[in-house]
Every structure is written in structure tokens, then in C-alpha cells.
Ligand binder design. Structure first.
Ligand code: 1PR
Length: 530
């Protein structure tokens, strides 16, 4: 029996599913007493430092948690739960942590790498740990903008460090109390193995501090991620199918292309080694997702078997149904998170939010991006951009940010800008990709999913010109999407641009190139991979 501290934020379903998969029963903390009496406690990390600590305060759990740790009772903290062990965090000034460890958790200061750190990185062990046994040389999934300093953690607690521009604390352990900055429940089979080690472990009565391992100069490296994308919609017979467009046209001879079943395909990609799975509910702009329960069911069932991050997009916006019931974007996002999503992706609504921002010249605080980012953190908010090229003869011919292109337009134009669209590419707006992505970052987005209508489904490779332009405009991670037709295209995009991840749909669905072949090609070209 495992006791879970679910304080109602974000995706705790994945931790539950992982525990269930390992054959254990989960029980929820009902009150302060359970913190002290639980045989084994898991404190999952979702949400900001401030929101977590305020929730613990409100529920009267702060003192019991401190007491549990003092009594050396089995405790596993994940992500922000590791950070909660410190005195405070720059993320939420003035909010006290559990103060088991001194010092403030700080934002990454790296200028060369995108923040948040999103992806699979390694760990360097500073002492042996039965919980990390067999898995310390594997890449594990991190997603965070704040990190604990090694200087604040003495040898009695320091378990593991990781490098992301700077070295930071990725694991602490003393006696039966362990916490990780990475998410074991999202770290594939290695993560499940680590959780199993904790669940199977026999707590020891006394705190034996294990000797430190010899100091090493070894550095860890974040992997470039490979993402499988499933565009999902209901076909004309009413079945929910994975479809695939050709420059966003998903119909072939009048019928919606059917490339398979979403849950089965997601599972296959997980087993083949995809680092992340993205579902796009592509008719979400017209069919409101809260009334499209099958999509939520897809997410729930997928998260039972897929232990890598899941992103879902489509229809995240404000909505009033036919009975007059009003839903905020937060309501929609909350339902997606509860159903097993780690990140939500916003398409059309992000374009409208940027238009409003540019017109008002200030933030409203009301956009879906702002609201969701405030409650769940920037790392949970992806912006899905659907741009297409607009050719011009000279930069002066438009007010938008142009690039000089190596692929001339139909009239021999040597310049183009990337126009953002809404409603799945059906409507172009007077916003370019630089305006959209840089403003979304300012409003609180944590990652950009950069599609390209011109390349979608063409198998002709990623649009490096678009990717370089957007990569240069933002300091959050960028996922290159649209056009992958071979393993070499992934190698090219990683060697020629600085994107953190690359996504494909068609070649994976049609089984032309398995994920494993992409990874092998990356390894041959010395591109860091999981
Ligand atoms: O506007 O917030 O409701 O979100 C709708 C979402 O649905 C957006 O993220 C939008 O990108 C997506 N979408 C809408 N219509 C389509 C369509 O195809 N007709 N799919 C669509 C976009 C593009 C990629 C695709 C890559 C890789 N799909 O996700 O997977 O281009 O394809 P490839 O490797 O085969 O070239 P909202």
C-alpha cells in the first residue's frame, strides 16, 4: 500500500498509473495523520513552488511532513517536492519551504540553453543508492526552470547532480528520505525501475550515511527529443481515428484518411522509444473538447501504458455550451491534466491572445496562456504554431519580419515571412511567426511546437529557415515539426539548427521509418539521444 500526497495540481494520474503498473495499491493522504502513519509516502511534484507550499499549509501538512522526514520514514519526493525540501525558492519569493535543507532554489542562469529544461538528461551519482540501482546511467526526464544549488547540500544529503549549462542537484537522499528533480513516472522503463526500487525497498531503522563516491569530472548532456505526433479526429463514420494531412488537408478522395487507432499507435511509439507523444485534437477549434469525451478517454487509457510525457492540444479556449454553462480555458486544461496530460498545447487561441496583446499594448492576464501558465507553470504550456510562407520581393513590401530565402517564390521572390493561421490553417491572420512566438513567451508559454503548413506531409524535410528564425526569437525550447521523410532529415535539423526536439507524424504512422532508426542515425552523427 502506497500513500500518495495528491494536492490536486496537474498530472498526478501518471504517478498513480505507474504505481498501479508495478502492482501496488494507492491510497490518498486524507489528512495530516496519514502523513505520519503512511508506510511509504510519495510526494509528486506538479505546480509552482508557491502553489504547492500554500496548499500544504492550508491542509495542515507542513509540520507532519517535517516530522516524517525527521523520523526517517520512507519518503519519495519528485520534482518540485525536491525543491520543497529547501528553505525557499526564487519562483515564489516570501513563501517558506520545508527548510530541511538550507538555501533558496534558483532559476537557471544559463544563457546558451533554453529555459525551462525540458527533456532527457543524465545523472552523476555522488553515493550509492539502492533506489537508483541499475538505472543511474540512464537518461531520465526533467522539466523545470528552477534548480537547487550543490552548495546548499552537504555530503550527507547529496545523491546526484546533473548538468544543464551549470551543475545542479538532481537527487538528494538521507536514510529513507529520497527526492529527485527528474520525473521517474515519465522516464520510461528506467523510471519505472527506479519507482519499483523504492516501492520494493525495506526501510532501514537507522540513518546510515553512505560514503561519497570518488569525485568525477563527468558531465551529463541533455538529449535531443524525438516526438511522435498523432493528429486525431472523428471520421465521417463517427470513429475517432489518427489522421494525417497533406499540407493540412486530411481528406483523400473525400474521406478522412485513417492511419490507425490513437491508443494503439501511442503505445507502439512508446515501445519503439519515442521520447514524447503529442495528440492534436485537430477539430478542437469547432468541437469543444469537454463535449468530446472520447479524446479524454484516449488520454486516460494511453497514460495507463505510456510512461513518457504526453501533450494534448486542440480546443483550449473559453466556451459556453448550449445550456449556458461557461468553461474557462483553465477548466479545459484541468480536465486534460487530470486525464493524464503533462502539457497542453494551444493553437488558434494563442494567435487571438497575441492579437489582443499587440492591440492593447499590455497583458490582460486573462488569456488561456497566462491563466494556465500561472496555475500549472510555463513548462506545461506549449504553443502550436501553424505558419505558411508569404513571399515578397523585398523586406520593405511588408511590415512583417522577413527572411531571405534559398527557396524562391513562384514569381522568383527572394524573401518571405511566415504568416500564422487559425482553425487548422483555414484562416490566415496578420501576425508573423516571430510576433506570435516571442509574445507567447512573454505571456508565459514554456515551449513552441513549430509546424509548417508548406512542409506538412510532404516528406521533403523540415523548413530550416523557419526554424532558425523562430529559434532566434525565443529562449524557450522549440520543437521542429512538419516535413520529416527520412532519418537523415532529423539529423539535418539537429545539425543545422539549435532546436531541442523534432516531431513527425506521417513517416511513423506509415511505418516507413521507425523511431529506433531515427535514433540510430542520430547516434552515428554524435547527436545526443536517449
Ligand atoms: O487551434 O488550439 O484548437 O488546436 C488545433 C491543433 O490541431 C493545432 O495544434 C493545429 O496544429 C492542429 N491541426 C489543425 N488542423 C490540422 C490539420 O492537419 N488539418 N494538424 C492540424 C496539424 C501538424 C502537425 C503534423 C506535423 C508533422 N498537424 O502536428 O503532425 O506537420 O507531420 P509530418 O511529419 O507528416 O509532415 P487549436
Amino acid at each position: 500500500m502506497i500513500t500518495l500526497l495528491d494536492y490536486g495540481a496537474g498530472n498526478v494520474r501518471s504517478v498513480r498509473n505507474a504505481i498501479a503498473r508495478l502492482g501496488y495499491t494507492v491510497r490518498d493522504v486524507q489528512g495530516p495523520q496519514d502523513i505520519l502513519t503512511a508506510e511509504k509516502l510519495i510526494f509528486p511534484g506538479v505546480g509552482s513552488f508557491g502553489s504547492v507550499m500554500q496548499r500544504l499549509q492550508k491542509d495542515g501538512l507542513v509540520e507532519p511532513l517535517i516530522e516524517r522526514i525527521r523520523l526517517n520514514k520512507p519518503f519519495l519526493g519528485i520534482c518540485v517536492a525536491l525543491q520543497a525540501l529547501f528553505a525557499g525558492s526564487e519562483e515564489s519569493p516570501g513563501v517558506a519551504g520545508l527548510a530541511i535543507l538550507p538555501g533558496q532554489v534558483k532559476r537557471f542562469t544559463t544563457r546558451d540553453l533554453s529555459v525551462p529544461q525540458i527533456g532527457w538528461n543524465g545523472i552523476v551519482l555522488h553515493k550509492e543508492s539502492p533506489i537508483l540501482k541499475d538505472y543511474h546511467d540512464q537518461k531520465l526526464y526533467f522539466v523545470h526552470s528552477y534548480r537547487a544549488s550543490i552548495a546548499d547540500v552537504g555530503p550527507d544529503w547529496l545523491l546526484a547532480t546533473t548538468d544543464y549549462g551549470e551543475s545542479f542537484v538532481s537527487g538528494v537522499e538521507k536514510g529513507n528520505v529520497t527526492a529527485f528533480q527528474f520525473h521517474p513516472e515519465k522516464s520510461g522503463e528506467a523510471g519505472l525501475g527506479i519507482l519499483k526500487n523504492y516501492l520494493d525497498s525495506q526501510g532501514r531503522e537507522s540513518i546510515t550515511v553512505r560514503p561519497a563516491l570518488p569525485v568525477t569530472t563527468e558531465k551529463t548532456h541533455i538529449a535531443k527529443r524525438i516526438i511522435a505526433c498523432l493528429d486525431v479526429r472523428t471520421n465521417d463514420s463517427g470513429d475517432l481515428v489518427v489522421t494525417k494531412g497533406d499540407q493540412y488537408d486530411v481528406r483523400n478522395e473525400g474521406e478522412v484518411r485513417n492511419l490507425g487507432k490513437p491508443i494503439e499507435l501511442a503505445r507502439r511509439y512508446y515501445e519503439e522509444g519515442a521520447d514524447e507523444i503529442t495528440f492534436l485534437n485537430i477539430t478542437g477549434f469547432r468541437d469543444f473538447p469537454m463535449q468530446d469525451q472520447p479524446m479524454l478517454e484516449v488520454l486516460r487509457r494511453t497514460s495507463e501504458n505510456v510512461f513518457v510525457p504526453l501533450t494534448i492540444g486542440g480546443g483550449i479556449r473559453e466556451f459556453t455550451d448550449s445550456t449556458g454553462k461557461h468553461y474557462s480555458p483553465l477548466d479545459v486544461a484541468a480536465e486534460y491534466f487530470r486525464s493524464g496530460a503533462d502539457k497542453i498545447s494551444i493553437g488558434s487561441d494563442a494567435v487571438y491572445a497575441v492579437e489582443e496583446y499587440l492591440q492593447a499594448g499590455k497583458r490582460s492576464g486573462k488569456s488561456a496562456i497566462e491563466q494556465i501558465s500561472f496555475v500549472y507553470g510555463a513548462q506545461a504550456v506549449v504553443i502550436s504554431v501553424d505558419p505558411r510562407r508569404v513571399y515578397v520581393h523585398a523586406p520593405e513590401d511588408t511590415t512583417h519580419t522577413t527572411i531571405q530565402t534559398a527557396i524562391p517564390g513562384p514569381q522568383g521572390e527572394r524573401y518571405c515571412w511566415y504568416q500564422c493561421t487559425v482553425k487548422g490553417g483555414r484562416e490566415g491572420r496578420d501576425i508573423d511567426a516571430v510576433q506570435l512566438t516571442s509574445t507567447c513567451e512573454l505571456l508565459g508559454a514554456g515551449e513552441i511546437l513549430l509546424n509548417c503548413i508548406d512542409r506538412d506531409g510532404t516528406n521533403s524535410g523540415f523548413d530550416h529557415e523557419l526554424i532558425r528564425q523562430v529559434r532566434g526569437a525565443v529562449s524557450i525550447p522549440v520543437i521542429a515539426s512538419s516535413g520529416a521523410g527520412s532519418a537523415q532529415h532529423f539529423v539535418d535539423v539537429f545539425l543545422e539548427t539549435d532546436v531541442e526536439a523534432a516531431l513527425a507524424a506521417g513517416i511513423f504512422h506509415r511505418q516507413e521509418v521507425p523511431v529506433s532508426e531515427v535514433k540510430e542515425a542520430m547516434r552515428r552523427n554524435n547527436i545526443e539521444t536517449r
